[in-house]
Design a protein around this ligand. Sequence first.
Ligand SMILES: C[S@@+](CC[C@H](N)C(=O)[O-])C[C@H]1O[C@@H](n2cnc3c(N)ncnc32)[C@H](O)[C@@H]1O
Length: 181
Amino acid sequence: MCDLCEPTISEIDKKVLEPSCGNGNFLVEILERKLKKAGKDEYKVLIALSNIYGVDIARDNLEEARNRMKNIVNAHFKGKKNSASFLMAMDAILKANICYGNMLTGRKKIFLINWIPDGNGGFELEKWNFADIEKLREETKQTDIENLAKMSEELLHPPIKIPDKPKPKPKKKPEKQATLF
Ligand SMILES: C[S@@+](CC[C@H](N)C(=O)[O-])C[C@H]1O[C@@H](n2cnc3c(N)ncnc32)[C@H](O)[C@@H]1O
């Protein structure tokens, strides 16, 4: 499923939202893909992290998802000591981006942070709710949506090749039956 969203989701500055993220199975996969692009640069890693969002109604799942993502980042730096400001920023981003909400009935109450890199190692923050996000989705190029739809159709419903209808075999003339008297 993640491959269907490539090459977009691997880019560190492209946003991904998992609307029922559970304990983060998709989130960690997306994070790993983005980290490959970010390399070991702390600021790039924060940008990658800031563009991954997850919502769930089970709070224990959210905590587990955040911890799994933190472990992935730690493993990415392979024991290298990170700066205190990096660790604080990582916690703040995970707390804001992996958040509680009911995606069916409470979308107006869900607020997410748009972390805008300021180019100086920091971020400017913008508060978004789903009305903003849905507006952005409408602006997404129609061609992107069409391509994605085509790809998923090919994957989920590979065209079935119908074999040519076999030609009917010529009927054998019925052999004359011996008549018994
Ligand atoms: C089967 S799990 C899938 C988790 C994750 N997407 C994955 O693939 O590993 C379904 C998740 O959806 C969450 N969920 C169910 N209804 C929801 C809702 N209305 N809003 C947000 N999350 C919801 C559940 O708490 C659960 O964590």
